[in-house]
Ligand binder design. Structure first.
Ligand SMILES: C[S@@+](CC[C@H](N)C(=O)[O-])C[C@H]1O[C@@H](n2cnc3c(N)ncnc32)[C@H](O)[C@@H]1O
Length: 659
């Protein structure tokens, strides 16, 4: 007799196997290094790489205590999941934004399958390591377990998160051990043309660059932005008022060929001046002159826009052929009625194009026949140019904005990133009115400055940004404040959140901020929380040599869904691990007495609860979904139902998995 489940594949509950994915990538590039058993022949790889192989101890790179352990941390697969929290969300059914409460390393691993290679921009503002500004798990290899203890989801055994202080020794190593796995795992999420921005200051700038050169490759370093803001309190020797924003490309060759750009605000201003004064030529002249005179030297290209006509402000450029071999036919100056002076190099364009330019008023004509005509370029605000690496940005406006948004007496979050800066970064990778969907990820989200700007931009500029914000439920603690002002902020934050019946954590500030922004621009977000898998998963790494844990796991297999978990919890785990994004549409339909989940309009079907019959199976097969996942428990003790399911789906060429 064949066992009913024979031939039915088991659903894989683990996150992406990162090491395996890399091995496969290498084998794809070098098929000749394949060994018979599917491994890599290093000798063959060496041959394939020829002279580029370095043998011996000449290696160049950074090392620090704990680095080897980081590599293991990166490779360790996650069995965690993200639990949907519909009641905390806004416009659940329609939104494309996501907030995730949890430790970002574990969350990034859980996101690997669904978001691999899909993210256009990652922006992070990690702890700068300036004293006690970051908390890290004492044992960072047990990320999920430590996290669950931190958030009180399981009983603690003394493992805890603590802050990093200079006194704790290995100050920089701890920061590196925290950052390295997170930067490495997140890089896989970037699209081929994706870019990364990291805010940082002098404390860890050198190490951040070394780390990113290692993870991204030096050739993918785009540059460092310098953000000048408010001078720091109490300067010694150097008075600094700046910090950095470091930029890397996943692949510089691809990103460099992409049309990334921002509008130069000076062009928008030129347009504004024109619109305001176009009826009064004198006023327009004086306003324009004043504006151009006040522009800084590095805006020399804008200073050339010193002319205007009834269409707008423009600059002039040569109309002769750069190669010196243009046609020299006679062309008319409509102002004088005579032929124009012909350039020595000949005309820049043929007669046909010239006529088009003239019709569009793109040629400037002199009133004097001895002068050459010129080509006009109008100042349009849609012109895109590279983002300037030096930016003067005041954060005060954002602090004031937050205070108003929450209607609190002080801003409840210290140092939110300036909206102006976030806006520039977002503008670089998006285009107004474009139908292209762009995923932007911030995995040290804090109060959510990046997502806030994206929601507003979608509203104002018709962009299609999908945001993912990950934030630890870090408890707001007035005792940890380094100044009286920050202590006050923390106290006000706690009483503000408590008045809304929310926990006193930073992730609650994030969600409340997005709730308010979403309400004002008609958008929303789906809220998720990091948690253990819904299923009792065999975690072999956790039980090596541990008899007690082995017994616990065996026991757990009897009812293998965790108590208290809902069908929706389970559905999202199945979706994530089947590579569906967190904002995919889901719908529960009744087939007979059975609740059947349709994911993405029915592309994937999931059956999680009771009521499964042969009729339900036939009906689902008739929909021809790409895949079906059925929980083992839905078959009950009915072996023949499982055998029939296998046969029916096989005949309909539908991929069936059980879990
Ligand atoms: C500098 S703040 C970010 C501020 C944010 N850019 C803003 O404008 O509001 C860094 C945040 O990262 C959070 N964080 C630190 N470690 C984390 C981790 N392992 N996972 C998720 N968030 C973390 C901290 O709680 C802190 O709120």
């Amino acid at each position: 007799m064949t066992k009913p489940e024979e031939g039915i594949a088991k659903f894989d509950l683990h996150s992406e196997d990162i090491a395996e994915a890399r091995r496969q990538e290498l084998l794809r590039l070098f098929p000749e290094v394949h060994t018979e058993s599917g491994g890599i022949n290093f000798e063959a790889l060496r041959l394939a790489l020829g002279d580029a192989v370095q043998v011996g101890p000449e290696g160049f790179g950074m090392s620090w205590p704990g680095k080897a352990e980081c590599a293991k941390t990166i490779q360790r697969q996650s069995v965690a999941t993200l639990l949907p929290v519909e009641e905390e969300s806004v416009n659940w059914d329609t939104t494309q934004n996501v907030t995730i409460e949890g430790d970002n390393l574990e969350v990034l691993k859980v996101l690997q399958k669904a978001y691999l290679g899909k993210v256009k921009m990652i922006y992070i503002d990690p702890p700068y390591n300036t004293g006690n500004d970051f908390i890290y798990p004492d044992n960072y290899t047990e990320s999920l377990e430590t996290y669950l203890q931190y958030t009180g989801q399981v009983d603690g055994e003394g493992r805890k998160f603590s802050t990093n202080t200079e006194a704790s020794g290995r100050f920089h190593s701890k920061w590196l051990n925290m950052m390295y796995p997170r930067l490495a795992v997140s890089r896989d999420l970037l699209a081929a043309d994706g870019i990364l921005f990291v805010s940082i200051d002098d404390s860890e700038y050198p190490r951040l660059i070394a780390l990113l050169n290692e993870i991204y490759g030096e050739e993918n370093f785009i540059g460092t932005m310098i953000i000048e803001g408010t001078p720091k309190n109490d300067p010694r020797i150097l008075s600094t008022a700046h910090e950095y924003c470091v930029c890397y490309a996943k692949d510089f060759r691809i990103a460099g060929a992409t049309d990334y750009g921002v509008q130069n605000q000076a062009f928008s201003e030129l347009q504004r001046i024109f619109e305001n004064h176009k009826e009064d030529e004198h006023k327009l002249r004086s306003e324009l002159d004043r504006f151009l005179a006040d522009l800084p030297e590095d805006q020399a290209n804008v200073k050339n826009y010193k002319y205007f006509d009834r269409k707008g402000v423009f600059r002039t450029g040569p109309i002769d052929d750069p190669q010196g071999s243009g046609a020299k036919d006679k062309r008319l100056n409509p102002l004088t009625g005579n032929p124009c002076k012909t350039p020595n190099a000949g005309w820049r364009c043929n007669k046909e194009t010239w006529d088009e330019w003239v019709a569009q008023e793109l040629v400037w004509f002199p009133e004097n026949d001895d002068q050459l005509p010129a080509k006009k370029t109008y100042a349009t605000s849609s012109r895109r140019e590279p983002l300037r690496a030096f930016q003067k940005i005041q954060s005060r406006k954002t602090t004031q904005y937050l205070k108003n948004l929450f209607a609190t007496e002080v801003s409840i979050f210290p140092n939110p990133k300036p909206s102006e800066l976030m806006d520039l970064l977002v503008e670089l990778v998006t285009e107004p009115n474009s139908s292209e969907e762009v995923i932007i990820l911030d995995f040290f989200a804090g109060s959510g400055s990046m997502a806030d700007v994206c929601l507003r931009k979608n509203f104002a500029k018709q962009t299609k940004i999908k945001t993912i914000s990950i934030q630890l439920p870090e408890v707001i603690d007035p005792e940890k404040s380094s100044s009286a002002r920050d202590r006050r902020r923390a106290e006000v934050a706690i009483s503000f959140l408590s008045s809304l019946n929310r926990a006193p954590t930073i992730s609650e500030i994030l969600k409340e901020r997005l709730r308010r922004v979403a309400n004002s621009v008609g958008d929303g977000f789906r809220s998720f929380k990091l948690g253990e898998s819904n299923f009792a998963v065999w975690d072999t790494s956790a039980i090596e040599g541990d008899q007690l844990k082995l017994e616990q796991q065996l026991f757990a297999q009897v009812e293998h869904v965790l108590p208290g978990r809902t069908s929706r919890d389970i559905l999202f785990e199945l979706m994530l691990k089947s590579r569906y994004e967190l904002t995919t549409p889901v719908e529960a339909v009744k087939v007979g007495k059975c609740e059947v989940w349709k994911v993405d309009g029915g592309e994937m079907i999931a059956v999680i609860d009771s009521g499964l019959t042969i009729e339900v199976i036939r009906e689902i097969a008739g929909w021809k979904p790409a895949s079906v996942v059925i929980l083992d428990r839905c078959f009950g003790a009915d072996d023949s139902l499982k055998a029939n399911a296998r046969k029916i789906f096989e005949d309909s060429k539908v991929d069936l998995k059980t879990v």
